[in-house]
Design a protein around this ligand. Structure first.
Ligand code: ZN
Length: 164
């Protein structure tokens, strides 16, 4: 018999969370509605997903995630200045925004906008939280089976999940 109530691959888990840095500054948190994610599909950073494995609704965990298990190590000299016209026309460009780009070898990578100054846009391979140790404070709200559609999409639908 499979245990239906713990976070394992193929479950949709709803969590209330607070993310802080080493200084205790809150970087991100769920507000009101818990966030829903599909466990085992890389929806959340590996260090947090591993810590939640096997946990049940109502449990609270505190976990410290190193950058390698979080948003990645900080890569030096990863920033590059490009022109606004290198982006699709009409695309809104904001610092901290991710976008997909294709390398000369055809590989699709995720880059982040670091800053926008006039027509100059600085892009980087570093996630805005790269190199940071992450302090998560998480309470599990609920655990349920994912639907076939959610498994096919690789993410959670409904409350706190994707709406599309
Ligand atoms: Zn979907």
């Amino acid at each position: 018999m499979t245990d239906n109530t713990t976070a394992t691959s193929g479950k949709v888990v709803q969590i209330h969370y607070k993310l802080s840095d080493d200084d205790g500054t809150v970087l991100d948190q769920s507000s009101g509605t818990p966030m829903a994610y599909l466990h085992g599909h890389g929806n959340i950073v590996p260090g947090l997903e591993n810590a939640l494995e096997g946990k049940s609704a109502g449990e609270q965990i505190q976990v410290v995630v190193e950058p390698g298990e979080g948003y990645g190590e900080f890569i030096e000299d990863a920033a590059e200045s490009v022109h606004r016209n290198d982006f699709p026309k009409g695309m809104e460009l904001q610092a901290g925004m991710p976008f997909r780009a294709q390398t000369s070898s055809g590989e699709v990578v995720v880059l982040w906008i670091e800053s926008v100054k006039g027509a100059r846009v600085t892009v980087t391979r570093n996630h805005p939280l790269a190199g940071k140790r992450l302090h998560f404070d998480v309470t599990i709200e609920s655990v349920r089976d994912a639907s076939e559609e959610e498994i096919a999409h690789g993410h959670a639908h409904g409350d706190g999940g994707h709406h599309h």
